[in-house]
Ligand binder design. Structure first.
Ligand code: ZN
Length: 227
């Protein structure tokens, strides 16, 4: 979610573009998403959030393949695929605790970030779990619902590139009552135009060989600092 995300007061909403139609046939575009969880959250919370994000992404024709990977040498990887080389085909999603969020940004209205690149494929995004959980609680929503949509929003930034906020749908930078209601009822989505761009982006990423990994032979490395 962008730096201007504010849920707490009424906003003027635009009718905007129609959201992607879940009944329309979409090409199957698989995207690997490697999750690094730096928090001590309940495993089930992240599992449910991943399911929520999956639901949103699949409606846009993007089929995530999640990998849960370790964040320290003391842990073991949850998935054997964690040792695969990284590259444009594989996005890193970092789940940060409160202290990491404070270091990264003091703006408590920021719930996540993405590093979309203009001249290459962005592969790093993150969400701030505690802020997201507090927001969900204040709205009377399940944490996994807000967390999952925030994850999908930040992954959307990676696939849509810079300046990818929109006037409607899940890529709106500022969510208000309408977006919260849509998220709660499972219909906060990417627009059709966004879905098409994301599918094309994933196809372009998959066209790159893992051998030509963007970040080099990180393999089993585990990032230690938030971006
Ligand atoms: Zn955003």
């Amino acid at each position: 979610m962008g730096p201007t995300a504010r849920f707490f007061f009424a906003l003027a909403f635009c009718a905007g573009l129609p959201a992607a139609d879940s009944t329309a046939p979409a090409p199957k575009r698989e995207l690997s998403i490697r999750v690094y969880n730096y928090t001590t959250s309940e495993p089930n919370l992240l599992l449910h959030a991943r399911r929520q994000a999956t639901e949103v992404l699949q409606k846009a024709g993007i089929h995530p393949r999640w990998e849960q990977c370790r964040t320290s040498d003391a842990e073991s990887n949850k998935d054997s695929s964690c040792t695969r080389p990284v590259g444009p085909h594989l996005i890193q999603l970092r789940i940060h605790p409160r202290e990491m969020a404070k270091k990264a940004t003091k703006r408590s209205v920021e719930f996540g970030y993405a590093v979309p690149l203009t001249d290459s494929f962005g592969v790093i995004a993150g969400v701030y779990l505690d802020r997201t959980a507090e927001l969900a609680t204040s709205l009377g929503l399940d944490v996994h619902v807000v967390l999952g949509h925030t994850m999908a929003h930040e992954i959307g930034h990676l696939l849509l590139g810079s300046n990818s906020h929109a006037r409607t749908g899940i890529m709106k930078p500022t969510w208000g009552d309408r977006e919260i209601h849509l998220a709660k009822t499972g219909v906060l989505r990417f627009t059709e135009a966004q879905a098409e761009r994301m599918q094309a982006q994933v196809a372009a990423r998959l066209a790159h060989s893992p051998a030509a990994a963007l970040l080099g032979p990180l393999g089993d490395a585990h990032p230690k600092t938030p971006n």
